[in-house]
Design a protein around this ligand. Sequence first.
Ligand code: DX5
Ligand code: ZN
Length: 216
Amino acid sequence: MPIAKIAPSMLSSDFASLAAEAHRMVKNGADWLHMDVMDGHFVPNITIGAPVIQSLRKHTNVFLDCHMMVSNPEKWVDDFTKAGASLYCFHIEATNEPEALIEQVKKAGMKVGVAVKPKTPIETIFPLVDKVDMCLVMTVEPGFGGQKFMVDCMPKVQALREKFPDLDIEVDGGLSPDTIDSAAQAGANVIVAGTSVFKSENPKDIISVFREKVES
Ligand code: DX5
Ligand code: ZN
């Protein structure tokens, strides 16, 4: 299994102090920062876009894992690459031409990921796996932080891991020290967590627990 990467979701941070929050997370052991981009159309919420990525990029070199919860993901590739995004993870449900989009993202110079919502069968993305850098298996319905981890998504992670032993498999939604065991056992190695990390007085401890569980 590939090494653990812990990616705090900046959706749970204080957006007014984004750079400071980013530095705080890196200091506490974060490998990546997870940036939740929502357009109010693909999901019923609006968050941030490329200008915010661009502003944050001026303050840090950390890997920015951009989770694109948007309709027409093709439309924002250029803006995000210019802004300094490291990885562009689109939703399979949002495009009819995933292969062309994957090529577009690669050509733009970003890593590329493909995400599936809880109700989307994992087999949908099997043909794309060897073309992407990461797969994201959502463990809540996308749109909001602070929801309950859906353990019934774990067979999807397991099926993906069995077929692709070296793949970066990300889980996102409701991850905490209480739920990490099933995700780690199923084979996830990229762990996104918003609420559990940001609400903690010791984010470092939470991040270490995630890493230990993935690596054990
Ligand atoms: C939800 C987002 C998640 C969210 C996770 O649509 O994709 O990244 O911020 O937050 P928690 O860890 O609070 O579930
Ligand atoms: Zn996310």
